[in-house]
Design a protein around this ligand. Sequence first.
Ligand code: MG
Length: 336
Amino acid sequence: MKIVTKITKLQLNHPFKISRREKDTYREVISVEIDGGIGEAAPAKFYGETVQTVATAIDKLASVLDCDLDQIQDVMTEIEQTLEGNYAAKSAIDMALHDRLGKKFGVPLYKLWGLNPKKTPRTSFTIGLDEPSVMAKKALQAEQYPILKVKLGTPRDIEILQTLRDTTDKPIYVDANTAWNPREAVNKIHQFTQYGVELIEQPTKPDDLDGLKFVRENSEIPIIADESVKRACDIPALVGSVDGINIKLVKCGGLLEALRMMYVARAHGLLIMIGCMIESSLGITAAAHLTPLVDYADLDGNLLISNDPYSGVKLDNGKLVLPNLPGIGVLRNREV
Ligand code: MG
């Protein structure tokens, strides 16, 4: 089985900052091609992965891929039993296998799953942390995106929201990326209600489920877990502590596990958001095929970069428009 990996440096339109990290100006992703199918990993150091660990993991898993690749369920089970963790690497493989199968059958991924492409939601567009005036300027520049997701987790959170509200009346999602303690979170969220905030992502530390529960019980705004939930097996413990979960392919290990998470979340009455890292249109489009099943989409990673190697999912007034090509359905752009 011929497996080809390629590392790409994605250049960011604006330096990007969240509460626990310094500003980034570029992000590395790694693509994998397996028997004509392509996938991408956008590894996060927070989850212990880099493009180098992904390349090593894919090498280690090559022997598992010497089998009937149509049997994605079996292949991914075998992969899970062969190598612990490394979910960004596993996600790239899972994506490539789905792309390959869609191409083989001549259908887009959403059709493989029997999904209605008209039911895609609008995606939010992320404003990274910065001076309040700079964040307001970025919000103005994002005029074509109807929903904003605002990174918070600073002593100036209220000032930032006030400045944004003076600038725009769009719906706002807030993501604290674990920055607050539970009491601080409740205090801030109480003040946020006047700013039309529609949801709060990961207010507190990932493992503090009691803290999350306290926040949820004292919040009028839905609380969505992100860093607290990686895979389907994490969901039952969160029931009662949050209103919903943010699913990301690089956290869970691919489309198959993302679907499993959606079924488990719905069985527990939870809301579903699908999110992303800074990724190219390859990874974003793969995730977009699942969006007819979600309540919220935050699939803007490809909008934040200036040298996207692929074209795929498009936006119509923020609504995700899935490509009607076989597999993931991306086309390679000329070298940029
Ligand atoms: Mg988040």
